[in-house]
Design a protein around this ligand. Structure first.
Ligand code: KIV
Ligand code: ZN
Length: 391
């Protein structure tokens, strides 16, 4: 595992246990956080953000416990841009072998005026001071310009340049409220890469929220422009509509390697088990049609599609179900299914029926499928046994 990005390696920064946990209803206790952290380690994430230690005593303890028990990824925790937060976060991460401090400060006019009540100069000063102070303790310091997307680009460029001078090793450009359009976000990343002195010395990171359903698209657009760290969560959980979904961004980069030309270190066959684990731990269900890890992601019901995948899976599948941890694809028997899949399923169930028997069964099956959403194997067996004698 590495936090080193290269031209063709994207660092996966998982924030399921921090931003993801900020999802209403997703709070986890210490034991649950540890269980998820171990699964994320096995998945192969590069950076594991464990929490926000100053948010509560419970979160401090969770970060400290997990930091002492998980080895492999760089362990990270969030702090506001002040000395007290940084000191406390240092305490929480003390036991970690490899640690990163993630310090953030909002930079947009709305946040400066209404939340922080700080001028541009004061924001700049505070950001630089925090990064300098953090570097006295941590070798690895990430700075995030909260609400970067709604910040004046020239001011954002100045902040980024100054925190790099102060010693930041990763600089993150969050779309905190999921406001950006992919082309716009990509141009912002390109603009920073062109205008900020020293930017080649740091890893440029992206952190996108999903308010308009664009978190994954925006993250991918930024990768095209040279971002080399993507912040994401399992199942896309997170504040409001959530964060960039790890499984989606990883599979997009892998499936379209021809387009992006970059790799991640994720063991993709662990994606589905990790998604299930998180859903069980938090009680937050994954929608059936969710890309990559939803129950329907590799299920086919339409007869034409089922026939296609029986002939060649590539006809209607761009990824292999097995590569993300499912046991295989599934051909669901329903009212849209055709004769090919019925014949196949009958064979799999151990029956050998001739043409007229299959025709008869097909009629019975369609009648049943009109009444039932899905025809299960037991239903089919009942039909076979009730109406057609097996040989
Ligand atoms: O959305 C956001 O801006 C954040 C920062 C703390 C990185 O979560
Ligand atoms: Zn966020």
């Amino acid at each position: 595992m590495s936090t080193e990005s290269t031209k063709d390696r994207v660092v996966i920064f998982d924030t399921t246990l921090r931003d993801g946990e900020q999802s209403p209803g997703a709070s986890m206790n210490v034991a649950q956080k540890l269980q998820v952290a171990l699964a994320l380690r096995d998945l192969g994430v590069d950076i594991l953000e464990l929490g926000f230690p100053v948010a509560s005593q419970g979160d401090f303890e969770a970060v400290a416990t997990v930091a002492g028990q998980v080895e492999g990824p760089t362990l990270c925790a969030l702090a506001r841009a002040n000395r007290e937060d940084i000191d406390r976060t240092w305490e929480a991460l003390r036991a970690a072998r490899r640690r990163r401090l993630h310090v953030f400060l909002a930079t947009s006019p709305l946040h400066r005026e209404f939340k922080l009540k700080l001028s541009q100069e004061e924001v700049l000063r505070r950001a630089v001071e925090a990064v300098r102070y953090a570097r006295e303790r941590f070798e690895d310091v990430q700075f995030s310009a909260e609400d970067a997307v709604r910040t004046e680009p020239e001011f954002l460029a100045e902040v980024v340049e100054r925190v790099i001078e102060a010693g930041a090793t990763t600089v993150n450009i969050p779309d905190t409220v999921g406001y950006a359009m992919p082309a716009q976000y990509a141009s912002l990343i390109a603009y920073l890469r062109r205008h900020v002195r020293g930017i080649e010395r740091v890893v440029l990171s992206v952190h996108c929220h999903n308010d308009l359903g664009l978190a994954v698209a925006n993250s991918l657009a930024a990768v095209v422009e040279g971002a080399r760290q993507v912040e994401c969560t399992i199942n896309g959980i997170g504040e409001r509509a959530g964060n960039c979904a790890l499984e989606e961004v990883v599979m997009a980069l892998r499936t379209r390697h021809d387009f992006f030309g970059v790799q991640t270190g994720i063991r993709t066959e662990r994606l589905y088990p990790t998604s299930r684990l998180l859903s069980n731990v938090t009680g937050l269900q994954v929608q059936r049609n969710k890309a990559v890890v939803g129950q329907n992601a590799f299920a086919h019901e339409a007869g034409i599609h089922q026939h296609g995948v029986l002939m060649h899976r590539g006809t209607y599948e761009i990824m292999r179900a097995e590569d993300v941890g499912f046991t295989g694809n599934s051909l669901v028997l329903g009212k849209h299914s055709g004769r090919h899949v019925l014949r196949q399923r009958v064979k799999e169930l151990g029956y050998q029926l001739d043409g007229p028997q299959i025709d008869k069964l097909f009629e019975e099956f369609k009648r049943l499928a009109d009444r039932k959403k899905e025809v299960f194997d037991a239903d089919l067996e009942a039909l076979i046994q009730g109406h057609i004698s097996p040989r």
